[in-house]
Design a protein around this ligand. Structure first.
Ligand code: GDD
Ligand code: MN
Length: 366
């Protein structure tokens, strides 16, 4: 299939009931345009992919990929974008909350005003929100403030999931996107080396048609880390910050377990400390698996293998920590400085090796 002028990218996770309706609506609205549609499904459990395949079989401008063992809205959108070379890319949700009839207008605005991005805003003057509860509205507003602060921009809705962007813009930022969580538009704006020219048009954010929202507390955390990465990212990747935060929680778990075993249950100190160490390591493994490395989450037998790999890596990290701290202390560094240096070296080691070994990116099924 030759590349068309407009590529619509739609990420899906459990949207079976929405697919046929959505495609119908798109066909009506985009009838006069040269367009193609790519679905990126993350192995939905409700038969979404089967619904999509039914359409792929009969329509030659619709294609789909299924990602297995991975999730993440931003990365799904990005991988969908990479599937064609159309000069104009539209990203929208599958759940009919985004008004597809705005697409022609957005594309027209992009072209006629030579813009990089046109996004549909839930908060611009003239927009309305049927589909957001009160708390979500407030949280979104706060998110907007923070996002604009980091991006030094003034979008009314930097977190919207409905926008049109030029391929050349995406190609330029492709290597710097952090691709975690939900925030692909913000990611593109924040990763661009030059200031992008963008405009917003107001939209009505409709109530969900079928299924439920996948936005969870994890996505909010993720958003916080994306902002941190854009602020400090030259020095520390967001994933490392997550890994380090999990480590701090692990420390609290360790102390709690130690207190329970040694103080409350009166086991000897050294046994309590050893058991507490493994409790803390196991809990940090689980937290890293569900949060830091959620996109490469280990399950079943891989989970058990990963746990042992994590133990081994962290044990070496602890030795490295001791060696460096011991050395610094021996040449006269303050105990606090020595301890801090050792802990940092251990953390960097643990992160780097676990990132490449325990949660390595799976290129083929293993
Ligand atoms: N492939 C894939 N993988 N798709 C996903 C994933 C995932 O891990 N998570 C969500 N999706 C798809 C959903 O199927 C839907 O088509 C779209 O992404 C948006 O997900 P929703 O779960 O409907 O999000 P929402 O309506 O709560 O969130 C809205 O507001 C966010 C900002 O606050 C959306 O407009 C988001 O796009 C927006 O970022
Ligand atoms: Mn939605």
């Amino acid at each position: 299939m030759a590349n068309s002028e407009v590529q619509v990218v739609i990420p899906t996770l459990n949207e079976a009931g929405n697919i046929p309706v959505l495609v119908d609506k798109l066909e009506t609205t985009l009838a006069g345009m040269d367009w193609e549609l790519f679905f990126v499904d993350d192995d939905s459990k409700d038969g979404t992919y089967a619904e999509i395949v039914k359409l792929v079989e009969v329509k030659n401008n619709i294609k789909a990929i299924k990602r297995v063992g991975r999730t993440g809205l931003a990365s799904a959108c990005f991988e969908g974008m990479m599937l064609s070379d159309s000069p104009i890319i539209v990203v929208m949700d599958a759940d009919l909350q985004h008004d597809e009839t705005l697409i022609p207008q957005m594309v027209y605005l992009l072209k006629s005003e030579h813009l990089d991005i046109v996004s549909a805003s839930r908060f611009a003057v003239g927009a309305s929100l049927e589909g957001l509860g009160n708390i979500r509205k407030r949280v979104s507003r706060l998110g907007n403030l923070m996002a604009n602060y980091v991006m030094k921009s003034s979008l009314t809705d930097p977190l919207t999931g409905f926008f049109v962007v030029r391929r050349e813009v995406v190609d330029k930022v492709a290597g710097s996107l952090s691709l975690s969580g939900f925030k692909i538009l913000l990611d593109i704006y924040a990763s661009s080396p030059r200031k992008l020219s963008g405009k917003e048009i107001p939209m009505t954010f409709k109530a969900r048609h079928h299924g439920e929202s996948k936005l969870s507390f994890k996505e909010f955390l993720d958003f916080g880390f994306l902002l941190l990465e854009k602020l400090f990212g030259k020095y520390l990747p967001a994933r490392f910050l997550k890994f380090a935060s999990v480590g701090l929680i692990g420390l609290v778990v360790h102390i709690a377990a130690l207190a329970l075993l040694h103080r409350a249950m009166e086991f000897p100190f050294i046994y309590s400390q050893a058991v507490a160490t493994y409790i803390a390591m196991t809990s940090t493994f689980v937290m890293n698996n569900t949060f830091t490395f959620r996109d490469r989450k280990l399950r079943g037998a891989s989970f058990v293998k990963g746990l042992f790999s994590f133990f081994a890596v962290c044990t070496v990290g602890a030795l490295l920590n001791l060696a460096l701290a011991g050395y610094a202390y021996s040449i006269g560094a303050h105990w606090l400085v020595s301890g801090f240096l050792g802990a940092c070296a251990g953390a960097v080691w643990n992160y780097a090796i676990n990132n490449t070994v325990t949660w390595k990116i799976r290129t083929k099924e293993s």
